[in-house]
Design a binder for this molecule. Sequence first.
Ligand SMILES: [Zn+2]
Length: 140
Amino acid sequence: MNHAQLTALGRALRLLGEHGEVLTPDTPDAKLHEVKADLQRALDLLEESVSTAAPTTRCPEHPTGPVDESAPDLCLLCETRRRAARRAEFNGPSAPPAPPETPLPVRHPRRPPPAPAALAAGAVERSGVAVVRHPAPRPP
Ligand SMILES: [Zn+2]
């Protein structure tokens, strides 16, 4: 609903409220016809303002989703989810637990990390293990 529609619809609805305020048993038919015309106008404005289909369920997540008449919120999708949850609660987990992950065979076993003393002595470089040297910070 854009701003112009909002303004027009608000005005039309307030006008209907005013009609309701002054309604009496003596209200002449001419006035009732005027109310009817204003009501129709408000309905037309509403029709223009609403861009989506009317909700079929009371579910905030799936307002136009499939309907399950027996569900409290009429939502088939959520009711299916709730049924599954209740079943799981009743029967315990239906799916067997996944087998524990078996680690892939290691073709190149890692060398144990070098002792700090070896690192300091530069022995690691000679043994063939790459050592990442961090460049010395440059003076600004
Ligand atoms: Zn739902």
